[in-house]
Design a binder for this molecule. Structure first.
Ligand SMILES: N[C@@H](CCC(=O)N[C@@H](CS)C(=O)NCC(=O)O)C(=O)O
Length: 203
């Protein structure tokens, strides 16, 4: 398997999941601005949508959309416990969290990474991110270590990556103490550190 990624982007969640399950995989960096991969392939030939993550399977099948890739990785490694079994209520909770992170929190950060956003757009985006973080803060305020409780899941990998963007976009994460503690907790995982190092983001 090969994961197409950009350092620190949402693809980092899939990268973490691949390491957590002990998958046999390689990674290839993508320059989405220039539509080229590290080995000089045209990236839109791999993923016509032009964004990461994309996961290439051994038979050449390409999977896209982070939430789908994360569940594929977990389902192919059921003993990893990274996703509850399909059909269980807890699996629907996992969907809820993955969808919230993807469609609410992740998207709220968009203007903060865009070179065409005005200062006003960015201020509005910070306020929007804050309201999305409020929800996560409330969820975590019951003392759970992870979104599904004590168990680390692929939704935690995704939330970790996206919540951590606050630290690079002028949002003081310590205003949300439970979220900040969650990010630290997940960052301390061995496989997360390995993924960060492999992407050149940690020493
Ligand atoms: N709907 C997609 C969105 C993926 C996405 O936003 N990828 C970003 C990085 S986090 C990307 O590659 N953007 C293109 C770019 O940065 O040029 C998903 O959930 O996987």
């Amino acid at each position: 398997m090969k994961l197409y990624y950009k350092p620190g982007a949402c693809s980092l969640a899939s990268h973490i999941a691949l390491r957590e399950v002990g998958a046999d995989f390689e990674i290839e960096k993508v320059d989405t601005d220039n539509n080229k991969t590290e080995t000089n392939q045209t990236f839109t030939d791999i993923n016509a949508k032009g964004y990461v993550p994309a996961l290439k399977l051994k038979d050449g099948t390409i999977l896209t959309e982070g939430a789908a890739i994360l569940q594929f990785i977990a389902d192919r490694h059921p003993n990893s416990g990274l996703a509850p079994e399909p059909g269980a209520i807890e699996r629907t909770r996992l969907h809820e969290h993955l969808n919230y992170v993807a469609s609410e929190l992740h998207k709220a950060f968009g203007p903060l990474f865009s070179s065409t956003s005005s200062d006003q757009d960015k201020e509005a985006a910070r306020a929007n991110v804050a309201s999305k973080l409020d929800h996560i803060e409330t969820l975590l305020s019951d003392g759970r270590n992870h979104l599904l409780g004590d168990r680390f899941s692929v939704a935690d990998a995704y939330l970790f990556v996206v919540a951590n963007w606050a630290n690079f976009t002028g949002i003081a994460l310590d205003k949300w103490s439970n979220v900040a503690a969650f990010v630290e907790r997940v960052a301390a995982r061995e496989k997360v550190q390995e993924a960060l190092k492999a992407e050149g983001l940690a020493a």
